[in-house]
Design a protein around this ligand. Sequence first.
Ligand code: ADP
Ligand code: MG
Length: 568
Amino acid sequence: SATKETLGFQTEVKQLLQLMIHSLYSNKEIFLRELVSNASDACDKLRFEALNNADLYGDDGELKIRIRADKEARTLTISDNGIGLSREDAIEHLGTIAKSGTREFFSALTGDQAKDAHLIGQFGVGFYSSFIVADRVTVVSRRAGLAANEAVKWESAGEGDFSVEATEKATRGTDVILHLREGDDEFLSGWKLRQVIRKYSDHITLPILMNKEEWDQEKGEQVVRDEEETVNQASALWARPKSEITDEQYKEFYKHVSHDFQEPLAYVHARVEGKQEYTQLLYVPAHAPFDLWDRNARHGVKLYVKRVFIMDDAEQLMPLYLRFVRGIVDSANLPLNVSREILQESKDIEAIRGGCVKKVLGLLEGLADSDDAAEKEKYATFWKEFGRVLKEGVGEDFANKDRIAKLLRFASTNADTADETVSLADYVSRMKEGQEKIYYVTAETFTAAKNSPHLEIFRKKGIEVLLLSDRVDEWVTGSLTEFDGKPLQSVAKGGVDLGALEDEAEKEEVAKAADEYKELVDKIKTALGDKVKDVRVTLRLTDSPSCLVSDEHDVGGNLSRILKAAGQ
Ligand code: ADP
Ligand code: MG
């Protein structure tokens, strides 16, 4: 309907707006980055829809972003000729937070401004940041394909509600008009705006236009001319030679593609030539997102074809165990009208994915094996944040299993702390003479692992044992049966065969004890009936009187507990 209606914001939006207005004022300028980023996304969306419907461009084929300040009206307008919003779109996208995990977001808020600003970035709730500097925001938009009189005007003062009404708009796209708060006049200054745009939005591939300004000698002030100029570099960052890109620019681009306010931990930028030609710019974030454990969550790699944006979250570009990676892949071979369905079947994509995985593993190896303390520290951070996800790769990526195995880090009886710092290579280097296996114990918690009675004989003999207590460790040890030619062996399975580590005297001792206690053992067997397979005399205990052991080929005690809890 054409009538004006007033609608309430979703509860979470109200809370978010309060947060924006009251706690983010120390980093005000980010609103511009968010709005420019939305304008750029809107143009990407139009370009994508127009692949199948070129009419959507009408006679306005040059996509661009405009920023205009009106000193008298004290408004700042960010315009684009992208996809635009219909009335329904405006209600849906500008009245709710259409993201999963909103509740986690609110529970994660700390009250610490700087930290909370990072959280906001992660959730991509960018549009509402307008209210940091505006006490009223008007959005006038016309969806591509709709007529001039089918435009919509959305307006809100950022409190409880917003209004929508029909309006006219001569051109396609969106104008976001900010009525600046008292005291925020600095964002009317052409100089300040240019500075912020260069800082945050230089890599936006569309031109960002502003009116030229010049000093008027007679008036003694800066005057705005009708002529426009492009104020950003407007070229795809990843398409430039590495030598021309600063660390700063790489980091800013990361924030743009990842919706993260924090700097990335590491990145890799490479052009691949040959049968498949593509460019990859991939980042490892410094912290885990909230939805890391949600296997349906967005994947972070965007796909471009010859610099044209094709899609977000191209899950075919990264395996699940690298789902934390963010960035872009730009292919020179794929067709522009490639769809998700085509991607699923595509051999080209398979090759690109293989290449991306190798680059990311290489990047991680670079940190893990570095002699530089700061780089090593980065790997420790990476492991804390994403180690549990990377572990999934041992079972998921057969081709790279050995490389992934080298990147794994565990707690062990060597330090006896919960810190996961021991690599399998470290373990092997400390193996005792005559030791043939890599020993581990799995349990539900670190404390349970550390205090496992199965460890007694190993502690006594000074043999290191890996202490595993992540659920995923069961799958790791199920898939990784050996490392560097040394089998992995659970200390809770079978008769622990210490091989050459067991001396003859000990073997004799067990045989003697088995004889001596035969009667007792038989009694226990009868008492336990078919609750156990066997009862044996063992050397493996030094302090505890008895312990439960699984058969070599049976499901271990910890895994059977996990399966039970999962209802299997
Ligand atoms: P995000 O960009 O992460 O989706 P935002 O809060 O920045 O979150 O924007 C919310 C939604 O509002 C966008 O997903 C988009 O649908 C819509 N939107 C915002 N700005 C524009 C614009 N300039 N043109 C078209 N749609 C827009
Ligand atoms: Mg946005």
